[in-house]
Design a protein around this ligand. Structure first.
Ligand code: UDP
Length: 471
């Protein structure tokens, strides 16, 4: 940048949930490295949680955090009542605009990079006269099902009738994409008929409509994984749609990994425990930041892990037992002491990158799926909600890097018995084919984010386009 030319300035607005903050924070950091000034906007609730866990909250140059009130009372659960949160956030445009207008001493705003589920940024971008860049934190295939939710509704595919879920067909006619054999149960689970009268059903439909108001679209995936057709299908009114992921990977490759965005305290001691395990022997078990399990299911899972004979590192989030304190079966910790580590939250990127980890039992959140693929770790999918059903099925059937528990998509709350857990864990850890295939995709992901690679080049194109628009 010349001396008198201000840096371009990206305002980045995630939905306030861990799986949304992480990728947008990583992307913001990549833009900062390439000369942007960043304003990263949290809600007061999410910023407080991030500050509590990030003891070394770093004040990096050209990067500032701002926050606004989401208008919900302090005791509201936010992410466990996502429908209400989405409806309230949709009304926050004026608060967001006031916040941005009240700040001086920073470069003029070049663009707003917004989570696809934050429709409140629509009026802000229009009133500031800057491009609205819609960022999809889910894979391109899931993003398409969300972007075209209204088409699916008009064609009668939504609400999803789970009992008819085995019907394979091309669901969205007329969309220029090539994703094979999409099933009704692959759609975002909030569209299932049992949620038709829930607030979340309407909130998602509303957000899907608003996501079409985009001057530019970015998605956290890479061309070699999902193909250009699927990514182009996210384009709106001929505006570009580009894959820029995996956005966390460049920093990992540079040996830098910040815990800036974590909402929980990370238990770093699990890494020392991993150091003592055999290469490729450990199963990592985590269901992300939102998924809940019944106490009965946690018992079966624990006994299945015990019975598998495999060393395991298990993230037992404090609120995972449907908000209650999770209990472990009697004597479990004593019996598994020599081959188990239980943590309430881990530095997941470091865990997946560790040589001792040989498999990942996951809920299939998109970040976890992409992180696992990029680190070369095969997956065992146990989807719970949202886009996780699609991610797990694609990992198994399309990318062939994982296994999946049978029929959890059809019977969402089926109890998976311990014997099934035992069997599936053994199948995963012994499967050399999966390991070989995921290693190929790991190499492709690394190539994509290196200079000259597809995602690296796409970020360069995006930056050039933003600079041109700002002139
Ligand atoms: N994560 C973590 N430590 C944990 C569990 C999860 O750092 O113990 C991170 C993980 O790396 C990922 C995010 O939390 O970036 C979870 O996002 P994902 O899309 O996988 O699932 P969600 O939480 O949105 O359901």
């Amino acid at each position: 940048m010349g001396e008198n030319i201000p840096s371009p300035h990206a305002v980045v607005v995630p939905l306030p949930a861990q799986g949304h903050i992480n990728p947008l924070l990583h992307f913001a950091d990549l833009l900062r490295d390439r000369g942007f000034f960043i304003t990263f906007i949290n809600t007061e609730w999410s910023e407080k949680r991030m500050l509590q866990s990030s003891k070394q909250f770093s004040h990096r140059s050209n990067f500032r955090f701002l926050s606004f009130s989401d208008g919900l009372p302090p005791e509201h659960g936010r992410t466990d009542q996502l429908g209400e949160l989405l409806v309230t956030l949709a009304k926050c445009g004026p608060a967001l605009e006031e916040l941005l207008r009240s700040c001086s001493g920073v470069p003029p705003v070049t663009c707003i990079v917004t989570d696809s589920a934050m429709s409140c940024t629509l009026s802000v971008a229009a009133n500031l006269g800057v491009p609205r860049v819609v960022f999809w934190i889910i894979c391109a295939a899931a993003s398409i099902t969300q972007k075209y939710a209204n088409v699916l509704l008009s064609q009668g595919h939504i609400p999803v009738k789970v009992s008819e879920a085995k019907r394979p067909e091309k669901l969205i006619s007329g969309v220029p994409w090539s994703i094979p054999d999409l099933l009704p149960t692959d759609l975002i689970s909030s569209y299932r008929e049992q949620y038709e009268s829930d607030i979340i059903f309407k909130a998602f439909l509303f957000e899907s409509q608003q996501s079409n108001e985009a001057d530019y679209t970015l998605v956290n995936t890479f061309d070699e994984l999902e193909g250009r057709d699927a990514i182009s299908a996210l384009s709106t009114n001929g505006c570009p749609a580009l894959a820029v992921g995996p956005v966390f990977l460049p920093k990992v490759l540079q040996g830098e990994e910040s815990k800036l965005g974590s909402m929980w305290d990370e238990d770093e001691s699990c890494l020392e425990w991993l150091d003592k395990q055999r290469t490729g022997s450990v199963l990592y078990v985590s269901f992300g930041s939102l998924a809940l399990k019944s106490q009965q299911q946690l018992d079966e899972l624990a006994l299945g892990l015990e019975g598998s004979g495999q060393p395991f590192l298990w993230v037992l989030r404090s609120d995972i037992a449907q908000g209650q304190n999770a209990m472990l079966p009697e004597g479990f910790e004593k019996r598994t002491r020599d081959r188990a580590f239980i943590a309430s939250w881990t530095p997941q990127l470091k865990v997946l990158a560790h040589a001792s980890v040989g498999g990942f039992l996951t809920h299939g959140g998109w970040n976890s799926t992409l992180e696992s693929i990029s680190m070369g770790v095969p997956l065992l999918g146990w989807p719970c909600l949202g886009d996780q059903f699609l991610n797990c099925r694609f990992a198994k059937d399309i990318w062939k890097v994982g296994l999946e528990f049978k029929d959890v998509d059809v019977e969402e709350n089926r109890l998976v018995p311990r014997e099934e857990v035992e069997r599936a864990v053994r199948d995963l850890m012994e499967n050399e084919q999966l390991r070989k295939r995921v290693f190929e995709l790991k190499e492709a992901a690394i190539k994509a984010v290196m200079p000259g690679g597809s995602s690296y080049t796409n970020i360069t194109t995006f930056i050039q386009d933003m600079l041109e628009k700002a002139e």
